[in-house]
Design a protein around this ligand. Structure first.
Ligand code: C5P
Length: 221
C-alpha cells in the first residue's frame, strides 16, 4: 500500500508531491521500482488525491508491477485505511507492506530485510538511530533534553500480518497516527525494528529533493 495522496505543503504549493520529478522520473516511480527490485512486492494499491487519477496513470505507465488507485483521505491514516479496504487480502496470514511515496531512495535489500523480519514476528518497521540531540521546545525555549540513546526515527517500509493490521485499524477508530506501526502498538502488538541506512529520507522540503538528486547522481539507480 502506497499512501501518495499528500500535496506536500512543506515542499511546494503545486500538485501531488508523489508526481514531482526526481532525476527525470516521478518520485513515486522510483519508490515502486525499488520495492519491485526487492523481489518481495508483487503489486500495489496507491492512495492518490481526488481528481488526479489520470495524472497518476500517465506517471505510472512504466510501473514495474500491477497496481490499483484509490482515492486518498484527508489524513495519511485515512489514505492507508482506504488502500487496505481496497486491497482485498485473501487471508489474514498474508503480509501487507506500507511505503510512503515520498521515500524514493529506499534500498531494495533493506525492503527485503523488513519483510523477512515481519514474516518472523508479524510486524516490522524500517528506521535509523537518531544522531541529533533531541530537545522538547516550547515557545522557542528548551524545556527538556530527551536522552537519545533509545531514540529511533521510524521510516517505511512497515510490514504487518494482515490480520494484525486489520485489528489495529479497527481498534484505532479513526484516531490519528503519523505511522502505521503506532496503530499496531496501540493494539498491543510488538513491532520489530530493522536498522537501515539514513539514505531512506522522506522528501519533505525542497532541499531534500536536491539531496536525493545528488544521491542518484553518485550511485547506480
Ligand atoms: O505528510 P507526510 O509527509 O507524513 O506524508 C507521508 C506520506 O503520506 C506521503 O507519501 C503522502 O503522499 C501520504 N499522504 C496521504 N494522504 C494524506 C496525507 C499524506 O496518502 N492525506
Amino acid at each position: 500500500m502506497i499512501p501518495a495522496a499528500g500535496f506536500g505543503a512543506r515542499f511546494h504549493d503545486g500538485g501531488p508531491k508523489a508526481l514531482v520529478p526526481l532525476a527525470g522520473r516521478p518520485m513515486l516511480l522510483h519508490a515502486l521500482e525499488r520495492l519491485a527490485a526487492s523481489g518481495r512486492v508483487g503489486g500495489a494499491v496507491i492512495a492518490v488525491p481526488e481528481g488526479y487519477e489520470d495524472a497518476f496513470h500517465v506517471a505510472l505507465k512504466r510501473a514495474p508491477f500491477s497496481y490499483a488507485l484509490v482515492e486518498g483521505g484527508m489524513t495519511r491514516r485515512e489514505s492507508v485505511a482506504r488502500a487496505f479496504a481496497a486491497a482485498n487480502f485473501e487471508t489474514d496470514d498474508e503480509l501487507v507492506l506500507v511505503h510512503d511515496a515520498a521515500r524514493p531512495l529506499v534500498d531494495s535489500i533493506e525492503v527485503a530485510a523488513v519483510v523477512d523480519a515481519a514474516e518472523k514476528t508479524g510486524a516490522a518497521i524500517a528506521g535509523f538511530s537518531v544522531v541529533e540531540t533531541i530537545k522538547r521546545v516550547s515557545g522557542g525555549t528548551v524545556g527538556e533534553t530527551v536522552p537519545r540513546r533509545d531514540l529511533f526515527a521510524a521510516t517505511t517500509p512497515q510490514v504487518f500480518r494482515v490480520g494484525l493490521f486489520r485489528k489495529a485499524l479497527a481498534k484505532a477508530e479513526g484516531a490519528e497516527a503519523t505511522d502505521d506501526a503506532e496503530l499496531v502498538e496501540r493494539a498491543g502488538g510488538a513491532v520489530t525494528v530493522v536498522l537501515t541506512s539514513r539514505w531512506n529520507i522522506k522528501i519533505t522540503y525542497p532541499e531534500d529533493l536536491a539531496w536525493a538528486e545528488a544521491f542518484l547522481g553518485r550511485s547506480p539507480a
